[in-house]
Every structure is written in structure tokens, then in C-alpha cells.
Design a protein around this ligand. Sequence first.
Ligand code: PLP
Length: 272
Amino acid sequence: MSRSYDPVSPPVAATIAGSDSGGGAGIQADLKTMTTHGVFGTSVVTATTAQNTRGVHDVVPLSAEHVTAQYDAVVDDLAPAAVKTGMLATREIVEAVTRKVRTFDGPVVVDPVMVAATGDRLLSAGAEAAYDELIAAATLVTPNADEAAILVDGPVETPVDAERAGRELVERGADAALVKGGHLDADAGTVTDTLVMAGEGDDPRVRRIENSRIDADATHGSGCTLSSAIAARLARGESLEGAAVAAVDDMGEAIRRGYDVGGGPGAVNPTA
Ligand code: PLP
């Protein structure tokens, strides 16, 4: 009897993020999303959270040294083509990850995760300022409006504010910023995500991506899923703008087909 042996060599990507025991966000969402995109996902775990669809019960950060050791193990052997960061938990981990990704030879997507939708902190108090250096090393930063407001230290309440914040993040050294509009004007029929990209000269290019608002509960993991989808697409060789626009587009389907699991709001369903 003949058996076929036909290994494949997919692009590799790495996520540097926290574990969500409930499976909807964090490392778990990132790996599901990368797999959905035909990309081999590797993971550098920064913290474990005890959580389910109802809330976060406990958070335990790992040491910056161990995070660095995981990163080195992954990069030295599996040579990811793209990296994304999610929950980094402590200032020490933000700084250690910044030191590493600064010399990473490929795109770095930074999702500046700070607070869970339940209000639980996913980044220790006072660690926000450490993001300045990571932003300067980023290919793309993907804050929601609340995170953008903290990063630029000013209000982000309208698409005009979002564009201003995106421009500032690019001025501070990111190649691009995608300021997500899902948290803005919850009563509006559309959601506007603002993509600001460093241009040839001083003037960045701005693209507003508008989509109909979907009235859904299962949005847990949407930020993780979006940034991982962009990282996966970049690992496949897509352009930054193409990857961002396609990933935002896919989010609609991921929310529409959300997972109704557990007793809480459920989670998005990674879609490619
Ligand atoms: N990372 C972890 C480990 C989390 O627990 C959460 C939210 O609870 C997030 C990231 C952020 O999730 P979202 O993709 O919904 O922004």
C-alpha cells in the first residue's frame, strides 16, 4: 500500500501576546487566524490569563527574560516572515520586545492591547509610556480609539481625531497606523477605520475604510484577529495597504459568523 507524504512549507508568522484560556482572544485567536490564512503560527507567550467569555479572573505575566528566550527560540529556527504583538502585560516585557523587534528583518504589527472589553487591565498601570519606542519600531500600529487616545494623550472621539492620532503615530516613527473606529459613535450606521501611511515626503497618505456597523455581541477577540490577519497577509507577501484593507473587510464576516460559545458574549470567528 502506498502512502503519500507531501509536506508543505507555508509562510511562518509569530505572535507575541497573552493567553486567553477562554480561546476567543490573545494567542489562541492569533493562531486560529494565522491557520485560517494558510500561515504557520508560532507563539511567544507574555502572560497567561484565567478567563472565559464572561470575564478575566486572573492575570500572571511571565518574566521579560523568558519572553525573550521564547522569541529567540522561534526566530532563530523558524524565521518568521512577520511578527505581531498583542498583550504585553508589563513595562519590562514592552521594553524587552522592543529591543528584539527593532532588529527583526520583516514587518512588525503592534496591537497596543491595554484593557479588555470587560474593563480588566491587560497592561500594568504606568506601562503605556514604554510604547513610545515600540511604536517607533512598528510597521503598523492598530489602536482602537481608546488606545489611540492614551498613546497620543488627547481625545479620539471622531474620525477627524482618529486621523490626527494616526498622523501623530506615523510622525513618531511607525510606518503606518490603523486607528479602528468600532468604539466611536456606537449609534452611527457605519464604522470608519482610518489608515494613515507614511508617504514619500512629509505628507502621509490617508485612507478611510468605511463599513456598515454590525450589531453583534460576539466581538471578543476582534482586535487580536484583525492584527493577526494583517500579519498573516504580510507574511504571505501582500502589501501593507492591501493586507490592512482585506483584513478589515474580513472582520465583517468574522463578526457576522461570530461564535456563540460560553455564557458570555462569545467571540469572533477568524475568517479569510
Ligand atoms: N489579549 C488577551 C490575552 C486578552 O485577554 C484580550 C481581551 O480580553 C485581548 C488580547 C484583547 O482582545 P480584543 O481582540 O477583543 O481587543
